[in-house]
Design a protein around this ligand. Sequence first.
Ligand code: C2O
Length: 475
Amino acid sequence: MKRRQFLSGIAVGGAALTTGLTIGLQGQNPPTCPPAPVNGIPFRRGQDTRPVIQRKAVSSLSSSQISQLRLAFARLRSLPSTDNRRWVIQADMHALYCQACNHDRVQSVHHSWIFFPWHRAFIYYFERILGSLVGDINHFRLPYWDWENHRFQPEIYAIPANSSNSLYDANRYAPINQGANLPSTDGSAKRIALLYGITDFATFGGTASRGGACESNPHDAIHDDIGLHTSPFHDMGHLGYAARDPIFYAHHCNIDKIWSNWNALSATRPSPAYRNPTDPAFLSERWNFYDENRRTVSMSAADVLNYPSYLRYTYPAPTTVRRSSSTEESQAPEQSQAPIVNMYEGRLKYSGSISGPVLDLSYRVKTSLIEAVRNQDSVAIVLREVPMPKSATGVFDIVSVRGFSVKHLGVIAVVADAMQMGNMPKTVVLDATEAVDDLVNESNPARITVVPRNGNGGSFTLHAEEMDLRVISRR
Ligand code: C2O
């Protein structure tokens, strides 16, 4: 497949260069990875006959489930160094798939349409290992951190703040471990609701060669918020180390839940809205893991799509319908009804010395956007193939600026990794709802500006190969 050739091209041809860049720009090396598993026994759909058990929010775990979770991670952490199920090997499985690790088997599981299915497969085997370590593989399921509702890291991951707590990791941005809220724009309920207005998988979840909008925010942004904010960005802020933090798994179960809830919106919409790719190139992607019996196993993207039947877990049913235009609500982004979405054309326009583009829209489109906001619909700007500067790491706020009026539109986040693949062009979905008046202003339209957060590497001018606008209506 094209993409894989491209990536191994980087790995082999650019190995020396990569190391140089890594040390020069980010001051970090990839972890010393074990050899990648190969030729695993293929997963057979239907082989898993355990009961179907719900994954729960961390906040709704019972005290015995919390003890079991702590025990599972503690046992995983104390496996002997010869055991291929052990903590660092599991964590490095994630690194194996995201950087060179001194061998040529690199395949990035980020920045493309395999982002969702690979992480689902990885967590499936990880969850089985934890379950078997506490002697309850049938019923043990990992919890998710629903950060869209609970804005601070669940206490069990930080208290007690020492190695007696198997869920604790000192390599986190200190305020997060002390219970600070996530930045209000990152992975918020409003953000998730906006993403549920994106009906095509290519924009939401990516293509063979590009990551989707869900990957940059919430996924990447929350990684960066939890990890150290400066080099070396460990653990969560660096893809080579992220899976060494137990919160990684609660984060990814939530990402998995959001993918699942997005798919569930397909029930009331004709294909291909809210459907996964049907391209054989996607379905046949296959990866190797270790299972709870230390065997090398493999799973394909096609194997994970019907996860309740074949992987034997579910999430609580999404029930509440809410409007994305409200900033007040802090609860229940889940929705069971798909919105009505209309697409409009637009372009980014650059002029003279102005430091960011303005929207170039026809009179008809401007009128429709103003009308949409009046009706309390949401307006999304979809940007594809947004080039990123090589040195960018961390979170960048995207704002509209018109005189003194500054409105937040969204974020672009880059998680550090040794190969700097995070700097591949991105798919970005911005929320223009609150800024429409400024953006469509006739004489002096707002320009769209990138503001680096936390003093991270320099600003850049926003560009995109393609764009469109979507009016998302929940009436
Ligand atoms: Cu593989 Cu959250 O990253």
